[in-house]
Design a protein around this ligand. Structure first.
Ligand code: HEC
Ligand code: HEC
Ligand code: HEC
Ligand code: HEC
Ligand code: HEC
Length: 271
C-alpha cells in the first residue's frame, strides 16, 4: 500500500513538471549550440520550443539538435518501386524547378531557388506548439482558432501556396487559361499596381523582382502555380504610388501592413 502511494506521488510530480514547460524559467537553458547535452525529455521540453523563446531562436540554435532537418535525403524509389526521378508533379517540370527531388525542408531552406528568392528561418514556420495540445481534449468544435494536430499554422503556407485570385484582378479566367492574352507577363500590370510588395523578413524582394522580370513563372509559382489550397491568401494591401482613393469592396477588411512578426527590423545604430 505504502509503495503504491509513493509511486502515485512520484508520478504526480513527474506529470506536474511536464505540464508547465516554460513557466518556471523563461529563458532557454541553451545558450550556445554546443551546450546541447540535455536528455531527450529536457530537450523536447526546452523553452526554446515555446513562446517567447522560439520567436528569437536562430536557425543555428535549432539545428544544434535538429541537424537531420537539412541532411535527410528523399528515398530513391517509392515503397512500390517508382523511381523518384520519374515521379514528377507538373510544377516540377517547369524551368523554375531545379535539381533532383529534395525533402520539404531543403526545398524551402537550401535549394538554389529557395536561397535566391527567400530567406526563411525555422521560426518563419515554427512558432512553437505544445506537443500535448496538438488536439484539444475533449474535442472542442467551438475553438475555431485551434490548428488541429498541426505543428505549423497552415496560414503561413497559404501565403505562397494559395489559389491565384484572378477575379479580384479583373482577369477573365485563371492564369493558366488566360496567360497568353497577357503576354504571360504579370508585370504588364504589376509594374504599376501593388508595387510596394515583398518587403518582409523571409523574402528577398529585389531578387524576386529581378527573376520575375525574366520569367513570370517565378511570380506565378508563389501565387497559384504551386497551389495546395482552394482558397487564396488575403494579402495585406500596402499603399502604392498612383493607388486610387477608392477601396474596392473585397479589400475593405484588408490590413495595409504585413503581420508584425514579418516586418523587417531596422537595426538601430547604438546596438
Ligand atoms: C536541445 C535540443 C533541441 C533544440 C535546441 C531544439 N529542439 Fe526541437 N526537439 C528536440 C527533441 C528531443 C524533440 C522530440 C523529438 C521527437 O519526439 O521525435 C524535438 C521536437 C521538435 C519538433 C516536433 C514536435 C512535435 O510536436 O512532435 C519540432 C517541430 C521541433 N522540435 C522544432 C524545433 C525548432 C524550430 C527549434 C528551434 C527554435 C528546435 N526544435 C530546437 C530537441 C531540440
Ligand atoms: C516552410 C515552413 C518550414 C520551415 C522553414 C521549417 N519547417 Fe520544420 N516543419 C514544417 C512542417 C509543415 C512540418 C510538419 C508538421 C506536421 O507534421 O504537423 C515540419 C516538421 C518539423 C520537425 C518534426 C518532423 C521532422 O521532420 O522531423 C522538425 C524537428 C522541424 N520541422 C524542424 C525544423 C527546423 C530545425 C527548421 C529550420 C532549420 C525548420 N523545421 C524549418 C515546416 C517548416
Ligand atoms: C515564402 C513562400 C513559401 C512559404 C511560406 C511556403 N512555401 Fe512551400 N514552396 C515555396 C517555393 C518557392 C517552393 C519551390 C521550391 C523549388 O522548386 O525549389 C515550394 C515548394 C513546396 C513543396 C514542393 C516540394 C517539392 O519538392 O516538390 C511543398 C510540398 C511545399 N512547398 C509545402 C509547403 C508547406 C506545407 C508550407 C507551410 C508549412 C510551405 N510550403 C510554405 C515557397 C513557400
Ligand atoms: C491585367 C492586369 C493584371 C495581370 C496581368 C496580373 N495582375 Fe495581379 N492584380 C491586378 C489587379 C488589378 C489587382 C488588384 C489591385 C488592388 O489591390 O486593387 C491584382 C492583385 C494581385 C495580387 C494581390 C491579391 C490580393 O488578394 O491582395 C497578387 C498576389 C497578384 N495580383 C499577383 C499576380 C501575379 C503573380 C500575376 C501573374 C501570374 C498577376 N498578378 C497578373 C492586375 C493584374
Ligand atoms: C517566393 C514566393 C513569392 C514570389 C516568387 C512572388 N511572391 Fe508575391 N508575395 C509573396 C508573399 C509571401 C506575399 C505577402 C508578403 C507580405 O506579407 O507582405 C506576396 C505579396 C504579393 C502582392 C501583394 C502586395 C501588397 O500589397 O503587399 C503582390 C501584388 C505580389 N505578391 C505580386 C507578385 C509578383 C508580380 C511577383 C513576381 C515579380 C511575385 N509576387 C513573386 C510571395 C511571393
Amino acid at each position: 500500500m505504502k509503495a503504491s502511494i509513493a509511486t502515485f506521488i512520484s508520478l504526480l510530480l513527474v506529470m506536474m513538471s511536464l505540464s508547465s514547460p516554460a513557466a518556471d524559467h523563461q529563458k532557454t537553458t541553451l545558450k550556445k549550440p554546443e551546450e546541447k547535452k540535455l536528455d531527450y525529455h529536457r530537450a523536447m521540453w526546452d523553452p526554446i520550443h515555446f513562446q517567447p523563446a522560439i520567436a528569437k531562436a536562430t536557425n543555428e540554435q535549432c539545428l544544434a539538435c535538429h541537424k537531420e532537418i537539412l541532411e535527410r535525403k528523399v528515398r530513391k524509389t517509392s515503397p512500390a518501386g517508382v523511381p523518384a526521378k520519374k515521379a514528377l508533379a507538373w510544377y516540377q517540370t517547369l524551368n523554375t524547378y531545379q535539381g533532383p527531388q529534395e525533402t520539404f525542408h531543403r526545398r524551402h531552406l537550401v535549394t538554389p531557388l529557395a536561397k535566391k528568392l527567400m530567406k526563411m528561418k525555422c521560426t518563419t514556420c515554427h512558432q512553437g506548439e505544445n506537443p500535448r495540445e496538438e488536439a484539444p481534449i475533449p474535442p472542442d468544435q467551438e475553438n475555431q482558432s485551434f490548428t488541429l494536430r498541426k505543428q505549423v499554422n497552415p496560414k503561413t503556407c497559404l501565403m505562397c501556396h494559395g489559389a491565384y485570385p484572378y477575379k479580384i484582378m479583373g482577369l477573365p479566367g485563371p492564369w493558366n487559361e488566360v496567360r497568353d492574352q497577357f503576354q504571360n507577363n504579370c508585370l504588364l500590370c504589376h509594374s504599376t499596381i501593388r508595387t510596394n510588395r515583398h518587403k518582409v523578413n523571409f523574402l528577398n524582394a529585389d531578387a524576386i523582382e529581378e527573376a520575375g522580370k525574366k520569367d513570370s513563372d517565378v511570380c506565378y509559382g508563389c501565387h497559384g502555380g504551386r497551389q495546395w489550397y482552394r482558397i487564396s491568401y488575403p494579402y495585406p494591401r500596402h499603399p502604392w504610388p498612383g493607388m486610387s482613393k477608392e477601396t474596392p469592396d473585397w479589400a475593405k477588411n484588408r490590413p495595409t501592413e504585413s503581420p508584425r512578426r514579418f516586418l523587417i527590423q531596422e537595426k538601430s545604430a547604438s546596438k
